[in-house]
Design a binder for this molecule. Sequence first.
Ligand SMILES: Cc1cc2nc3c(=O)[nH]c(=O)nc-3n(C[C@H](O)[C@H](O)[C@H](O)COP(=O)(O)OP(=O)(O)OC[C@H]3O[C@@H](n4cnc5c(N)ncnc54)[C@H](O)[C@@H]3O)c2cc1C
Length: 448
Amino acid sequence: MVEESVSSSASEAAPYRVVVVGGGFGGLQAVRKLRGAAVDITLVDRQNFHLFQPLVYQVATGALASAEVAAPLRSVLRRQENARVVLAEVGGFDLEGRQIVLDHLPNGQREQRLDYDTLVVGGGSRYSYFGHDDWRAYAPELKSLSGALDIRNRILSAFEAAEVEWDDERQRSWLTFVVVGGGPTGVEMAGQIAELARDSLRLDFRWVDTRNARVLLVETADRILTGFPPSLSRKAERALEQLGVTVLVGHTVVDVGPVSVSIRSGSGQIEDVPARTAVWAAGVAASPLAAELASAGGSSVDRAGRLTVTADLTLPNHPEVFAIGDMVRVVKSDGTDMTLPGLAPVAMQEGRYVARVIRNRLRGRTTGPFEYVDKGNLATIGRSKAVADVKGIRVSGFAAWVTWLVVHLFYLIGFQNRLLVVTRWTFSFLTRGRGARLIAASRAEDTE
Ligand SMILES: Cc1cc2nc3c(=O)[nH]c(=O)nc-3n(C[C@H](O)[C@H](O)[C@H](O)COP(=O)(O)OP(=O)(O)OC[C@H]3O[C@@H](n4cnc5c(N)ncnc54)[C@H](O)[C@@H]3O)c2cc1C
């Protein structure tokens, strides 16, 4: 049993058991801020690394290698003696018995139980295909490392296919890229594909002119970057167009297949765009752990699948169960919603808050409700352009891009990763090159 092999020996040193599910932005902060506390922490994650999602799109376009945006959880917590890591998928919760159910353990075991005194769940979110999960095969999501590597393979393979394609129409379809969703991820992705085609690959191909690539960014709303003020959305749109991206606001993707993407315009007309490569960056839904926890604790989820938690981030009637990050909706004591964006700083601040509550409880002290400090919003568009909205100060262009670089380097986990990323960025900036352009698998057979 896991509770025998994982918990009991550690509990001799620290009797109070805190189990944290998810080593993402929220969960990892909670663990790290409990360093030195008289608790025995078990961090459970189904992957053995913390993924820095804000830079995953750079892996998908060959600008960074996967190890540079991920940090092994064991190495992150190497010096934190009160924390241990268990690699497993959490499949369920028994809140009455104060146990979680672990599945897919690395030794092949399933349905093992792990005891806790306090539980913190930060399972994150995933992309929603709006009920069209069959589109996933043709438009992979940019959420996981495997998704990013899949996208990188597809993009690079599309250019390779275009190089050996003699039929003009088919070549055009290989050179057409559709990015679905005009949020920060879609904007960053579209900008990077355009730069890849215009700059990085231009001199590497002999037959095909990669500058002829078409990049379509499709957004249902009437502007991109709806989380930013309209003036910055307009600037971002102009910057994308300068890079050669066609921005289709007020348009909706209504079908995705192996060789085409159907796009409906605002007037209702549907166009089938021949395109072999699509990237999904639209519609976020909470981790299924939110629904599991809601049903175990008699709580509810909203339309995006987010679990309702109270102002101290606990499950109603379960003060020993915290849920944080993308998977939750926080409701204040007066019943109103806190409407927090699905951003890393929100999850991190929630993780830090939970650690503070746990420490205070151990000392017999109370803690006030969670309050979010909005430090601003950033999105990059290309090699030297970005938009930033920091406490009402709106910046765009090079200054915003430098801010974006500094902020991302600051929050990236691991000194080695920071050093590698800054070296790669400097090299790419000077040479317009991309070092991580390997195709790990061919896809031509999938699409014929
Ligand atoms: C491509 C992309 C770009 C982004 N860019 C930005 C940005 O520029 N700025 C910004 O602020 N935010 C950005 N975000 C959003 C930000 O990454 C999220 O808000 C943040 O990761 C949420 O943190 P979290 O702790 O809730 O979840 P996550 O960081 O997603 O962590 C969830 C963890 O839970 C684990 N997990 C999930 N289910 C299970 C299970 N059943 N069993 C065990 N483990 C499980 C996962 O493996 C993962 O490690 C971006 C997101 C994406 C996808």
